[in-house]
Ligand binder design. Structure first.
Ligand code: BJW
Length: 245
């Protein structure tokens, strides 16, 4: 992948696969986060309304497991690249683990929220930093609602199925594409099965904007046909060499 041209703009879409080598399981397939869990019950608002204790147990376990995770060679290769490209690079990540930021990337859009934040399930307050694990007997309540004499539970700051992405998130990606299309534009997707909208459509939008499209993934994903270049294998091994060329 040629990235040394001074006009190059790079949009990177990452998914769970990039964090697999940091010990964070992907979602789908055997050993995945959802194995033995009902997706509808733990990753939807209706699941939370029906059984908040179950949902908080699921995310508390994810917090416990993710606490010691460190960025791997794939994350670090992307961080090194941002040092060179500056604002000509943007990472749009579906991941909620914060590992791109831990690696040193600063231009990161979190499409699906952040595991280390919670927000109110009722009021519009800003998400708060929250790495706590909650037991079913002590679920967290919103202090702001409480001060008004109302009761509302905090929920994980995660975009569940059927929910809109947070406001401004897609705007940042679209603004980058509008700028990039006037230059040499490269789109790279890493570690994602290409099954979840709207991220699964980014490759089509980028291609329509003239981007050279690359995919680095362990297995051939659902939308592989949409990419001009497909490189199969673990991103922690592949990215350092691929991004240096
Ligand atoms: C490696 C590797 C290594 C392994 N190296 N690679 C019908 C009903 C309701 C909604 C819909 C519907 N039909 C369509 C929708 C829209 C829906 C959707 O796309 N559904 C499809 C599943 C059908 N999308 C949404 O609902 C989104 N919102 C939306 O569209 O809003 C519109 C709207 C407008 C107006 C009003 C209301 C709404 C929101 C999607 C939110 C997704 N959230 C999740 C769960 C978060 C909770 C949590 O974290 O617990 O986000 S879903 C889950 O999938 C998670 C991920 O970010 C996302 C993508 O998964 P990802 O990252 O691709 O992981 P995997 O596991 O699938 O794949 C990993 C890949 O890595 C594999 O290919 C491996 O080979 C590879 N790999 N090791 C490189 N070492």
């Amino acid at each position: 992948m040629k990235l040394d041209h001074p006009d190059t703009h790079l949009l990177v879409l990452t998914g769970a696969g990039i964090s697999a080598e940091s010990g964070i399981p992907t979602f789908r397939g055997s050993g995945g986060v959802w194995e033995g869990e009902s997706v509808a019950r733990v990753a939807s608002l209706s699941g939370f309304v029906h059984d908040p204790a179950r949902v908080w147990r699921f995310y508390s376990e994810r917090r416990a497991r993710g606490r010691d995770a460190k960025p791997n060679a794939g994350h670090l290769a992307l961080a090194k690249l941002e040092e060179k490209l500056g604002d000509r690079m943007l990472i749009a990540t579906q991941n909620i683990d914060g590992l791109h930021q831990s690696a040193g990337n600063t231009r990161v859009v979190e499409l699906h929220g952040n595991l280390w934040k919670s927000r109110c399930s009722r009021c519009e307050r800003e998400p708060i930093d929250d790495a706590a694990e909650y037991s079913p007997e002590k679920l967290p309540a919103c202090g702001k609602c409480h001060a008004r004499g109302e009761f509302a539970l905090l929920r994980p700051h995660i975009v569940w199925f059927g929910e809109k992405l947070s406001s401004g998130v897609l705007d940042r990606v679209e603004a980058f594409i509008r700028r990039a299309r006037k230059h040499r534009f490269v789109f790279l997707a890493v570690g994602t099965s290409g099954l979840v909208a709207p991220s699964s459509q980014f490759v089509d939008v980028a291609r329509a904007a003239g981007a050279e499209t690359w995919l680095v993934n362990q297995d051939r994903p659902a939308n592989a046909e949409a990419f001009a270049h497909v490189v199969l294998g673990p991103s922690g091994e592949l990215l350092p060499a691929l991004l240096q060329r």
